[in-house]
Each structure stands twice: as structure tokens, then as C-alpha cells.
Write a protein that binds this ligand. Structure first.
Ligand code: CAA
Length: 258
């Protein structure tokens, strides 16, 4: 499908989606968010794609929701359209792994979309923030919720109340990002991680993602039960037989998603 505000490029089994509104630092307007969700859903449904990488430009992953588009909206407008609920629901429903590769600004909705992905690889230049407070609003796509789960109450309060930006180094220390890499190597590193994931069985990638995400929704005993049930169910797959046989035979496993 042809898109206006994003570029989509599938190489082997990895779908690379690049936000592309350079004139507005990839601000997330309704067209971009609609296209992003559609592209993610298309990749999720594709038999070829096994992992997705979402990135922006060198200067900005995304500088937030589009302030120009929002500025004239009334309470009735945002309440009746349930602004941003659809984006959160659609991105959260993607079953295949999504890596956010973040360079430059990931602010407001930009930080929130990155947090909707499964993990974040950051360039040394990345800056994360929830500066909505400077606009007379609060975060609306997870900045008070997901960020708090990632970095804890104290840092989340600091970010949401002062609107200050966090460097990549601080974000890694705080557990918001999984690794920090040189800016020039960001896409290479993210694609390498995605290709590593693409080598596994899609069945196990989806199961692992679902199980980790349950850790945010369930008490420990229920989460452990969910994990154990899914772990047990993997023994019904051919890929479990292949994975374990390959280990014993000292060879690479050939997973067939069966
Ligand atoms: N929405 C719309 N346009 C934006 C934008 C945004 N979030 N962020 C940047 N732009 C536009 C600017 O208006 C500017 O356009 P013009 O050239 O037409 O004036 C262009 O992108 C370049 O931006 P700057 O000139 O401001 O670039 P800079 O390098 O001086 O500053 C910045 C970069 C610090 C990121 C600054 O642009 C900025 O503070 N942006 C807004 C960040 C923000 O407040 N984000 C939260 C948005 S609200 C939200 O996201 C709600 C939610 O939770 C869902």
C-alpha cells in the first residue's frame, strides 16, 4: 500500500517502518497514526514478516502528537472521537515483535508510541520526554502509565511534572531502553536484533511477547500460571521437537512455525 507519511520496506523477514514527516519532526497527526496502524497490521498479517522495526529520522523519532492539529479541538471533539484510544488499542494488538529504533526526540506521543513497541534501542542522541505539561495538558497515550511501569514513580513524576528530557544514557539506566548504540549504527543494530528474532519460530516469538506483557496486567501467581500454561502448550508444536533435537544434534534449528 502507498503511504503519505511513512515509508515501509520489508527486507527478508523484517519490516522496517520509518515515520516520515520531516517538516514537523514526525509529529503524529491523524493521517500518520492511521497509516502507522495500517502498516503494522499489514506486517502482522503477512506470512513473510517475522519482526517489525519502527524508526524515525536522525533528528526525531517523533516530537509528539501534532500540536497544530490538536490546538483547536474542544473537549467534546476529543471525548467523542476518543482521541488516541484507537492508536493505543491497534498498536497494542500487534502480535509480532516490534522494536523501536529511536534517534533524536521521542517526546510526548513519540515517547508513548516507542513504549507501545516491545523494546527500545536508542541512539546516543535520543531524548525522551513527556512535555505535555508545558502545553496545559497531560500525556494521553501512556506517558503517565507505561512510563511509570518502566522507570518507577519518582522518575515518571519528574518527567511528567517538569517536562524535562531524559538522555539515552539515563533512559538505559532507568530501564526505559534496552540498549544504547552509536547514532550511525542505530538501524544496523536494530535490524540485526530483528533478524535474530526472525530466526526463531513465530509461534514462540508471539508466545513470549504475550507472556511478558501479562507481567504488566496480572498478579505474579496468575502471571506464572499463564506462563506455565503457554510453556506447556509449546510441547504440542513441531518447533519444540526441532529446537530441542537441533541442540542435541549440535546443529542450527530450522523452525517452520508449526
Ligand atoms: N506538533 C506539531 N508540530 C511540531 C511538533 C509537534 N509536536 N514538534 C515540532 N513541530 C514542528 C514545529 O512547529 C516546526 O515547524 P515550523 O518549522 O513549521 O515552525 C518544526 O516541527 C521544527 O520544530 P522546531 O523549530 O521547534 O525545532 P527545534 O529543533 O527548535 O525544537 C523540539 C525541537 C524541542 C522537539 C520542539 O519542536 C518541541 O518542543 N516540540 C514539541 C514537543 C511536545 O510538546 N510534544 C508533546 C506533544 S502533545 C502530545 O504528544 C500528547 C500526547 O500525549 C498524546
Amino acid at each position: 500500500m502507498a503511504y503519505e507519511t511513512i515509508n515501509v520496506d520489508t527486507q527478508d523477514h523484517v519490516c522496517l517502518i520509518k515515520l516520515n514527516r520531516p517538516e514537523a519532526l514526525n509529529a503524529l497527526n491523524s493521517v500518520l497514526l492511521g497509516e502507522l496502524c495500517a502498516a503494522l497490521e499489514e506486517a502482522d498479517a503477512s506470512d513473510k514478516v517475522r519482526c517489525i522495526v519502527l524508526t524515525g529520522s536522525e533528528k526525531a523519532f517523533a516530537a509528539g502528537a501534532d500540536i497544530k492539529e490538536m490546538s483547536e479541538m474542544s473537549y467534546v471533539d476529543v471525548f467523542t472521537s476518543n482521541l488516541f484510544a484507537d492508536t493505543n488499542d491497534r498498536i497494542s494488538a500487534i502480535r509480532k515483535p516490534i522494536i523501536a529504533a529511536v534517534s533524536g526526540y521521542a517526546l510526548g506521543g513519540g515517547c508513548e508510541v516507542a513504549m507501545m513497541c516491545d523494546f527500545i534501542i536508542a541512539a546516543e542522541t535520543a531524548k525522551f520526554g513527556q512535555p505535555e505539561i508545558n502545553l496545559g495538558v497531560i500525556a494521553g497515550m501512556g506517558g503517565t502509565q507505561r512510563l511509570t511501569r518502566f522507570v518507577g514513580k519518582s522518575k515518571s513524576m519528574d518527567m511528567n511534572l517538569t517536562g524535562r528530557f531524559m538522555t539515552a544514557e539515563e533512559a538505559e539506566r532507568a530501564g526505559l531502553v534496552s540498549r544504547v548504540v552509536p547514532a550511525k549504527k542505530l538501524i544496523e543494530e536494530a535490524m540485526a536484533a530483528a533478524n535474530k528474532i526472525a530466526e526463531k519460530s513465530v509461534l514462540t516469538s508471539i508466545a513470549a511477547k504475550e507472556a511478558v506483557n501479562r507481567a504488566y496486567e496480572l498478579p505474579l501467581s496468575e502471571g506464572m500460571l499463564f506462563e506455565r500454561r503457554v510453556f506447556h502448550s509449546m510441547f504440542a508444536t513441531e518447533d519444540q521437537k526441532e529446537g530441542m533435537a537441533a541442540f542435541l544434534e549440535k546443529r542450527e534449528a530450522q523452525f517452520r512455525d508449526k
